[in-house]
Design a protein around this ligand. Structure first.
Ligand SMILES: [Zn+2]
Length: 609
């Protein structure tokens, strides 16, 4: 539909300077002689010292006492930190060198023909072209939209992803990435989510179910002017590019939304500041466009504003530590997403009310969506714990884990009952002990189950739980113990598991009108727990006892029964899909004879012993 001029925005700077714009060769802002240091648990006094000693904080959120924070510091001042008793870990010794390496790599990536899209970070133009490619590739499911134009004349484009034939007003989940320019990993993560949802629809159960119930609206670059600036001029640019008229540029878009914009909490009223809130609420084309887009679409049911870094899931309110409406649901949703993220790659995100896990802040997008529009909303901080400049090896894992959190959320969102489950501890603001991984042989690991009303009411006494070791066979019912003083929670103790085995959970409850609802975050076979000798950490985990694909029955032995089970399950699938996608050996989301062949080869090659 769109011609080339439409893609680039006729008359925009993009068309006038097609080459200079996206190419990262000429970043004039340099960070020579500077390091990034991480301070684990600073006191208020130490933060004051850091503010005077460091160049600036180098993270999305503002540093707070007791919270880890990352700072940009000149080399000659590093010794001073130690003298003052501030325990700082140098996480990037030479910032400019890191940017030089990134620039060099990106220059190569720009030139590489037919490079895999997710092999590297992508410019504004490349992201725009990729959206068009997806629209061409999936004409019945993907379409391009625009929410407005920036001061720099750039299109704030989006992609709508819906199942074929979905009504225009089907309930929708809205996501935006790159509201803050330098948070590049968010842009690739958003595009990965779009790509995978389109690819998996009709092939994999969770994506299919999610798109059968919701359509997805993704705005990959909410801050195009700032994002382009972060490629061409200053890698660490955060704001948009408003000319403030006093020699300074930029408004912090995530302090500019018109809900609790005033008084400025962690926002600044000084134009040169990183968190400048702007001259008025919704003064910026980007925030006003998002407001108008959301307001015109009452079918938008949930909203995610994706940032980096710090690995956080942040629910309203940001502006007050008062508990928000629907707080019990927020707590359950937070755990569902936290678990989803952790179970994919083993990375732990902290989750909770933003003002409680961090600090109070004004004019944020998520508070506006929830406060003004009543839309359940979150801010995310993605990987890592210390840098905006992430190696390309983080691109796919970040995409996978955030997609998994989103799919698990969609599984449970707006169901008659909201069922969540997890391992101890269960406080939503705390990290899970692991990505649903237990130590082999443990007989003390307990699992909690929460059942809360959704669009229906819980029928007392209707909660059922059963477990199955391995992928085949019957589920065995377990006895649940209600938690005293908490009418929505039950517990049970997991059976001991051998290393490498997997426990599947089947958890259901009924509404007062007789509808049966299964545990959210399930996918085929429901939620599973793995026994592995590993501990989770904020940087992921390794599993010294690998799961054998062939060992379906979790009996520690790979034998002809397992092979027989696989072949039976395969032919069952071929005759009556869907969707035991765990049999997808080659990772292409499809089951075919190649997979079966690969499986048999692996089996006989002894890789599954
Ligand atoms: Zn941010």
């Amino acid at each position: 539909m769109l011609g080339l001029a439409g893609l680039l925005g006729a008359g925009s700077p993009a068309l006038a300077q097609p080459l200079a714009q996206g190419v990262p060769f000429a970043a004039p802002v340099r960070y020579d002689g500077q390091a990034a240091v991480r301070v684990e648990n600073p006191t208020a006094e130490q933060l004051e010292m850091l503010l005077s000693l460091a160049e600036e904080p180098l993270q999305c959120g503002l540093p707070q006492p007791g919270q880890p924070s990352v700072w940009r510091v000149r080399w000659e001042r590093l010794d001073r930190l130690a003298e003052l008793g501030i325990a700082a870990e140098v996480v990037t010794p030479d910032l400019q060198r890191e940017l030089d390496i990134e620039n060099q790599r990106l220059a190569g990536a720009q030139l590489a023909e037919n490079a895999d899209y997710f092999a590297d970070y992508r410019t504004y133009e490349q992201m725009s072209l990729r959206v068009n490619e997806l629209v061409d590739q999936y004409p019945g499911m993907a379409s391009r939209f625009s929410i407005g134009t920036t001061a720099g004349g750039r299109d704030i484009f989006g992609i709508r992803i819906a199942r074929p034939g979905a009504p225009a007003d089907q309930p929708a989940i809205l996501l935006n990435t790159l509201i803050h320019a330098r948070e590049w990993i968010t842009g690739t993560t958003g595009m990965y989510i779009a790509d995978e949802l389109l690819r998996r629809y009709g092939k994999e159960i969770q994506a299919t179910q999610a798109l059968d119930r919701f359509h997805i609206l993704l705005i990959p670059v909410l801050n195009p002017d700032g994002y382009v600036h972060s490629w061409t001029t200053d890698r660490f640019w955060r704001k948009n590019r408003r000319n403030n008229g006093d020699g300074s540029f930029g408004v912090d878009l995530n302090r500019n939304f018109g809900f609790q914009w005033d008084p400025p909490l962690t926002a600044s009223t000084w134009p040169e500041d990183m968190t400048y809130r702007g001259p008025a609420a919704f003064s910026e084309p980007e925030t006003a466009a998002l407001r108008d887009f959301v307001t015109a679409r009452p079918y938008i049911r949930a909203y995610f504003d994706i940032h980096s870094f710090s690995q956080l899931i942040m629910s309203p309110w940001a502006y007050t530590s008062t508990v928000p409406p629907r707080s019990a649901e927020y707590a359950a949703w937070n755990v569902i997403m936290q678990t989803g993220i952790a179970r994919r790659e083993g990375v732990l995100y902290r989750a909770g009310q933003l003002s409680r896990i961090l600090y109070r802040t004004s004019g944020s997008s998520a508070d506006w969506a929830f406060g003004s529009r009543g839309i359940p909303a979150w801010g995310y901080e993605l990987r890592s714990t210390d840098s905006f400049v992430l190696p390309t090896s983080e691109i796919l894992p970040s995409g996978r884990e955030v997609l998994q959190g989103l799919l698990d959320f969609a599984d449970g969102f707006e169901r008659p009952l909201l069922i969540s489950a997890g391992l101890t501890p269960s406080t939503p603001t705390e990290a899970l002990p692991s990505a649903h991984v237990v130590s082999p042989g443990s007989t003390t690991t307990r699992l909690w189950i929460d059942v809360r009303p959704g669009t229906g009411q819980f029928q007392a006494g209707s909660l059922r739980a059963a477990v199955r070791l391995g992928r085949f066979g019957e589920f065995t019912p377990v006895t649940l113990t209600p938690e005293s003083g908490n009418a929505s929670r039950w517990w049970f103790t997991l059976p001991a598991m051998v290393c490498g085995s997997e426990l599947f959970l089947d958890i259901t409850a009924q509404t007062t009108t007789g509808q049966t609802v299964a545990l959210a975050a399930g996918g085929p076979g429901g939620l599973s727990i793995r026994a592995r000798s590993a501990s989770a950490s904020s940087t992921g985990q390794t599993f010294p006892c690998p799961t054998c694909r062939a060992n379906f029955n979790a009996d520690e032995f790979t034998n002809l029964d397992d092979l027989g089970d696989y072949i039976s399950a395969y032919y069952e699938y071929v005759n009556t899909p869907p969707w035991p996608i765990w049999m997808d050996v080659s990772g292409d989301m499809e089951l075919n004879l190649d997979d079966l062949g690969d499986f048999i080869t692996l089996y006989y090659a002894g890789q599954c012993n």
